[in-house]
Design a protein around this ligand. Sequence first.
Ligand SMILES: Cc1cc2nc3c(=O)[nH]c(=O)nc-3n(C[C@H](O)[C@H](O)[C@H](O)COP(=O)(O)OP(=O)(O)OC[C@H]3O[C@@H](n4cnc5c(N)ncnc54)[C@H](O)[C@@H]3O)c2cc1C
Length: 455
Amino acid sequence: MYNVIIIGAGPGGIYSAYELTKLDPKLKIAVFDTGHSLEKRHCPIDNDKIKSCINCKTCSIMSGFGGAGAFSDGKYNITNDFGGTLHEHIGKKQALELMKYVDQINMAHGGEGTKLYSTAGTKFKKLCIQNKLNLLDASVRHLGTDINYVVLQNLYAELKEKVDFHFDTPVRDVKIVDGGYEIDTDKDTFTCEQCIISVGRSGSSWMEHICKNLGIHTKSNRVDIGVRVELPAVVFSHLTDELYESKIVYRTEKFEDNVRTFCMNPHGIVVNENTNGIVTVNGHSYEDPSMQTENTNFALLVSKHFSEPFEDSNGYGESIARLSNMLGGGVMVQRFGDLVRGRRSNVKRIEEGLVTPTLAATPGDLSLVLPKRILDGIIEMIYALDKIAPGTANDDTLLYGVEVKFYNMEVDLDDRLQTKYPGLYIIGDGSGITHSLSHASASGVYVARDILQTR
Ligand SMILES: Cc1cc2nc3c(=O)[nH]c(=O)nc-3n(C[C@H](O)[C@H](O)[C@H](O)COP(=O)(O)OP(=O)(O)OC[C@H]3O[C@@H](n4cnc5c(N)ncnc54)[C@H](O)[C@@H]3O)c2cc1C
C-alpha cells in the first residue's frame, strides 16, 4: 500500500514526485514506467549499421525515466502563449510561477550556467509584424540535450533514495477500490490512496482505454501536421543567437490557416520519432559546441481542428504519417526547390545541394503525402520567413516529412487536475492539457501541492 502512486516517469511524474518528497518526506511513493531507467535508455539507430527505426518493444526515445523529454533539446518555454493550456485550469499567474519554480529546480540540479533567452524588447517583433508574421512572447531556458540529461541524472540520484521506482513495468489497469486505487501490472498488483497518471503521448492509447473503463469523459479534435525544415544555421543565426527559439505564426492568404514554427534547434540534428509504430520526424541540439552541426532545424506545423461528426484527429495524422512511411520506408526528405518544381528529390540532387542532411531519410516527394491545403500553407510560410531570414526559401533547404504533433484527447478534469474520482489526477501531456516540458512539469508540482493540502 502506497500513499501515492505515479504512473509515468516523464517530467510530469518526476516533478510531482520531487515536490511530494520535498513537502512530506514520510510519504510512501512509487513510480511506474513502461520504459527503462535512464542509463539503460539507448536508441539502436547509430546511422551506421542501423539507420532507421526498428520498432523496439519499448521506445527508448519516448519511454523511461525522463519520458519523451530525456533526449529532447531541453527547451523549457516559460510562457502561457504555447506549450499547453494549463493556465485555463489553474490561472495564468500560477502557471507561470510554477514554470519558474521548475526552472529553479533544474538550475539547482545541474542546469546552472545555461542561457535563458527572452523575446522581451526584441527588434524582431517589429520585423515579423512588417512581414505578416507574429512572434509569440516567451522566455526559454535552453538546457540542451546534454545538460538536460545531467539534470535528469541528478534528479534521479536524489529521488531514488525516497521513491520506489518500477521500471520496465507497464501499468495495465487502474481500478477504484475502497480507500483508493488498485494499480495492476504484469508483475504484481499495488494499491494507493492517491494516484497521479502522467503517461504522456506514448501512453495515449492506454489513457483512452482507462478513461473509457472508468467513464471519464474525453474529447479529441486536434492534430498538427507539417514538415521539419533544415537549412544552414547562418540563415537563422540573427534570430537564434538572440532568441534561441522563435515561435512565429503566419496566417495563410489562401485558406487563412495558421502555420507556425515549432521546436527550433540551432546547430542541431534531425531525428526519427516513433509513436505507436509510426515513424515521424523531430529534432534537437546539444549545448556542447563539439556536438553541434552547421545546420538549424525547426518544424512548420498546421493545426487541424475537426468538428462533428469526426472525432479521430490523431487517426487522421497517423494515416498521413503512415503514407510517408509507406512511400519512404520511414521519414522522407525533399529539397524545397524540388517541391516547388513538382518533382521528387533523389540522392544525387540532395548530395549536390548546399545543405548536408543530418538524418538519413529517403529522398521523395512530399506532395504525394501531405494534403494540398497543408502543403500550400507550408510553402506560403517558407516564402514569408524568407523575408525575415533570407535563404529560407533556397532550393537546397531540406524538408523532412512528416512531422506530426499528436495531441492526447483532452480529459475532463476540474481546476485541481483531478478526475471525477477524488484522488485520481491526470497530468502532463497524457491529460491533453499540456504539450511541453515546462507545462507538464508545472502540472506535476501543482498536483503534488494539491495532494498535500488535501491529506
Ligand atoms: C524528440 C523530442 C524532443 C522534444 N523536445 C522538447 C523541447 O525541447 N521542449 C519541450 O517543451 N518539449 C519537447 N518535447 C515534448 C516533451 O518531451 C513532452 O511535452 C514532455 O515530455 C511531456 O511530459 P509528460 O511527463 O507529460 O510525458 P512523457 O514525457 O511522455 O512521459 C510519460 C511516461 O509515461 C510512461 N508510460 C506511458 N504509458 C504507461 C503505462 N501504461 N504504464 C507505465 N508507464 C507508462 C512512458 O514510458 C513515459 O516515460 C519533445 C519530445 C520529443 C519526443
